[in-house]
Design a protein around this ligand. Structure first.
Ligand code: ARG
Length: 249
């Protein structure tokens, strides 16, 4: 009996210290909460519904991560440029905004593992004849600070590019004829084209981009904790399921 009690004690202790490692090793800005910057103009990854709730692929993934880590999720909605800055200036634990992992962003964030890949796409009016070959002759709309903006500015210069604070504004400009096309992540372009009549999506030759969550630099324990859950969700098919669910509409 004594021996049994001793073993039980050891097992219990091990369980306690394991959960201490799982939950206590990282710190967040606000205890018990994950404070996340987000630019919710990027369906199906993040958007707001009619009631102003933040919805999409990434909020669904983050909800599970929060639950598994015992953390409440607190979103700070803002434009993409500001959302990129928030984890770097101590205002957020991480950015959740369909962030492409780039070499030059690795000095700004500690990235989690990537969970999806996209390419840039051109979105234009159905009757327009715009491809990669004549993209440089168009007025291109982009969201400021994005990879789309970086490529368009690098390749065609300021005179051909209009940067908007949100992709919603960029798509309004396309509808109004202020720009000829939008350069945007393909799944997002398809999502806008599915809700705005008369648009089409054209593939580009820009390199593949991989999305991750950008955690504030130095908080490697938080990156590890998020990765542990994220890996599981990738392996068991949950991430694919969530992506399919949001790509249907
Ligand atoms: N993937 C692109 C990038 O990292 C665009 C992200 C824009 N995100 C957003 N939520 N508006 O630059």
């Amino acid at each position: 009996m004594k021996k049994f009690a001793a073993i039980l004690c050891v097992v219990l202790l091990a369980a306690v210290s394991l959960s201490a490692v799982a939950e206590g090793a990282f710190t967040t800005l606000v205890e018990g909460k994950l404070t996340l910057s987000i630019s919710p103009d990027f369906p199906p990854f993040e958007n707001t519904d009619d009631d102003g709730n933040i919805i999409g692929i990434e909020p669904d993934i983050m909800a599970i991560i929060g639950e598994k880590l015992g953390l409440e999720i607190d979103y700070l909605p803002m434009d993409f440029d500001s959302a990129l800055l928030a984890p770097q200036t101590g205002k957020a634990d991480a950015i959740v905004s369909g962030v492409t992992v780039r070499e030059d962003r690795k000095s700004q964030f500690d990235f989690t593992h990537t969970y999806v890949s996209i390419h840039q796409a051109i979105v234009c009016k159905e009757d327009a004849d715009i491809t990669m070959d004549n993209l440089g002759e168009q007025m291109i709309g982009v969201q400021s600070g994005t990879t789309g903006a970086i490529y368009a500015l690098d390749d065609f210069g300021e005179d051909q590019v209009i940067s908007y604070n949100t992709y919603s504004l960029a798509f309004m400009a396309l509808t109004n004829g202020q720009v000829d096309c939008i350069l945007v992540d393909d799944l997002v372009g398809e999502s806008y084209a599915a809700t705005i009549p008369g648009l089409k999506v054209v593939a580009t030759t820009y390199e593949q981009e991989d999305f991750a969550f950008g955690v504030s630099k130095g908080n490697t324990a938080l990156v590890d904790a998020i990765n542990a859950v994220l890996d599981e969700l990738i392996e068991d098919g949950t991430v694919t399921e969530i992506i399919l669910k949001h790509s249907a509409n």
